[in-house]
Design a binder for this molecule. Sequence first.
Ligand code: B1M
Length: 211
Amino acid sequence: MSTFVELSRAVEGGKRNDAKLLTQALLEQGIKPLEVVEQGLVPGMSAIGEKFKNNEVFVPEMLIAARAMKECMAILEPLLADAGIKPKYTAVIGTVQGDLHDIGKNLVAMMLKGANFGIVDLGTNVAPEKFVAAVQEHGAQLVCLSALLTTTMPAMRTTVQAVRDAGLASVKILVGGAPVTQDFCNEIGADGYSQDAASAVNLALRLAETY
Ligand code: B1M
């Protein structure tokens, strides 16, 4: 019987093959994909992050842990996303300019896909004008901005401003990422903040309905 703790440790240690086997095993035990993410993968990444903060590990260790998590997510993605149903709403998502972190952003994108949003994923290090152009091109109701660095939070403000300056006042902007707070969201004039991917989906649905 595989456990969340084993999976979490495999991700933390960057043991991608073990992590993938444990992910499969948990699914075969009937555990829901979202639980595998939230109770197995995310704690593993948080643990390596703590160690990085305390200078116990360095960037290479973080990268191999991130790769292990990504490969597990590749197994889970098709199960989280509900393919085949025409999306009611479209969301443009990306990590803001200067920021290369994408694991949380990808998680939010997958969860939104699972909630039947059409997703336009612009990737990482996305300039404000790229967000604007994508909203215009795809007629999106929602813009989702992720930032993991305190130094890239100002790029969220610039992006919100660029969307508003482009006359897209009714487009809803959702922000998130570890350093982001509800206060910051209010301060920069975004429409909503979520702490995690699961609550981001509920909020995205509420915001899209008021578009
Ligand atoms: Co970086 N990194 N990193 N890193 N990294 C952090 C963020 C850091 C907190 C580590 C630390 O010091 N403890 C720190 C930031 C400090 C700060 O700004 N205060 C940091 C640093 C400093 C850096 C570099 C500057 C390191 C360096 O080079 N010296 C550098 C910056 C590069 C750049 O972006 N320009 C850097 C690089 C990297 C790697 C490339 C090695 C790698 C990223 C790989 C990748 O993403 N493909 C990496 C990683 C892996 C991390 C940690 C360890 C893990 C981040 C992660 O993926 N977490 C991280 C420490 C940590 O967070 N504990 C750290 C798992 C993920 C699921 O969580 O992204 O928070 P998260 O997403 C959550 C929520 O935040 C939320 O939902 C998700 C969960 O459900 N969420 C949203 C996220 N986006 C959302 C959007 C929403 C709603 C919710 O709506 C739109």
